[in-house]
Design a protein around this ligand. Structure first.
Ligand code: PMP
Length: 384
């Protein structure tokens, strides 16, 4: 494994196991370097007309070029920088007027909560959207302008949607297709040209950049009204001075994407080993989306009868960071809408944790996660 992703936590605590990569992917060394370079050069406001402004504009342009080549953005698409995937998703749902919204039942809250009276596409027990239901909804909406928004990979389960087929169906009905690819970039191959979506959302902190930086990519001929109005930055689509430091980090992170992808087979082997060991250890356990195409690093694991926060605390006391599904929704009382949409019971949804690993994860970390999980199981279920 390349050095840039190693020992990220070593200064803090060499025993610490970070298995929450889907919440935020640790910042890699080349990202830190590029950020420090921008800071030390005092690159300032890209809207300024002087030399320092030109320097900043060059960083923006380089970042757009890197995005285009990293994920195959066709030339008919525009790229706008936002404060993250949440804002990019909100811009799609709130900034494109006069469209009906068709979204999947497992979307991130930034889509679910910004869509207007959405038509919901159900998912099967494996978490995959029902393509026949999508066709049915779109044929009922014939004559309307429609945006279909189905995420590429789910943040909680890692289940990957058949986005190419969804794009084909959306286009057959002359609608436009947006995908939230926040969790996909860096974990699976993403190529907009090959996959055919019209709009795509990215989030820098999910692939090694820093939080507070994202991107919306969209067809140039699409009329989008800004939801943040200001001094006309980003072609008037997103007011406010661009966060040049974070954008430089996003750009540097994208340059490491192929390096990251090359490690995913190894990461998948570790994830599969974790699941195999757990399934052999305990009865009643369930891995959500196990038989579906999934991100190679993600596992959502149900332990019967033990609430996820109890599990989480035990892991934390043992220096292991895992999550109770979606980091954005931790603290809320309701069980995951994603699991409920997949037909899970309320109890299953309340007793599941997400393990999401990455390039820094070692085989011995998997051993420790398995041991810790079994320890919780023994204590709470077997009463030992
Ligand atoms: N979409 C998905 C699928 C996500 O996983 C997340 C982050 N949990 C977001 C959107 C929101 O991203 P951000 O933190 O950049 O706003």
């Amino acid at each position: 494994m390349a050095n840039e992703h190693l020992n990220l936590f070593s200064l803090e605590n060499s025993d610490y196991i970070y298995a929450d990569y889907n919440a935020t992917f640790p910042v890699s060394d080349n990202v830190k370097e590029s950020i420090l370079e921008v800071l030390s050069k005092q690159v300032l406001n890209p809207s300024s007309l002087h030399r320092k402004g030109q320097e900043a504009r060059r960083i923006l342009q380089d970042a757009r070029d890197n995005i285009r080549s990293a994920i195959g953005v066709p030339s008919n698409k525009e790229i706008v920088f936002t404060s993250g995937a949440t804002e990019a998703n909100s811009l799609v749902m709130k900034g494109i007027a006069g469209f009906q919204h068709v979204i999947s039942a497992v979307e991130h809250p930034s889509i679910l909560n910004s869509a207007c009276n959405p038509h919901i596409i159900p998912v099967n027990q494996g978490g995959i959207v029902d393509l026949l239901a999508l066709e049915r909804i779109l044929s009922e909406l014939k004559g309307n302008r429609v945006i279909v928004s189905v995420m590429m990979a789910n943040n909680e389960t890692g289940v990957v949607q058949p986005v190419k087929e969804i794009a084909e169906i959306a286009h057959k009905f002359e609608t436009i297709y947006h995908t939230d690819a926040a969790q996909s970039v860096g974990k699976i191959k993403v190529n907009m040209e090959d996959l055919g979506m019209d709009l795509l959302t990215l989030s820098a902190h999910k692939f090694g950049g820093i939080a507070g930086s994202g991107v919306l990519i969209f067809n140039k001929d699409l009329v989008i009204e800004p939801i943040i109005v200001g001094g006309g930055q980003e072609k008037g689509l997103r007011g406010g001075t661009e966060n040049i430091v974070a954008i430089a980090g996003l750009s540097a992170a994208l340059q490491s994407i192929s390096n990251l992808l090359s490690k995913m087979d190894e990461i998948k082997e570790l994830r599969d080993q974790l699941e195999c060991e757990l399934l052999n250890l305990a009865s009643g356990i369930k891995i959500f989306g196990k038989n579906s195409k999934r991100l190679p690093n993600t596992s959502l694991i149900y332990m019967p009868g033990v609430k996820s926060d109890v599990q989480l605390m035990h892991f934390d006391l043992n220096n292991i960071a895992v999550s109770n599904g979606s980091a954005c929704s931790s603290g809320k009382v309701e069980p995951s809408h994603v699991l409920l949409a997949m037909g899970a019971t309320r109890e299953q949804a309340e007793c599941s944790i997400r393990v999401s690993i990455g390039p820094q994860t070692k085989p011995q970390d998997i051993r420790k996660i398995v041991d810790c999980w079994y320890n919780i199981y023994e204590k709470n279920i077997l009463g030992k």
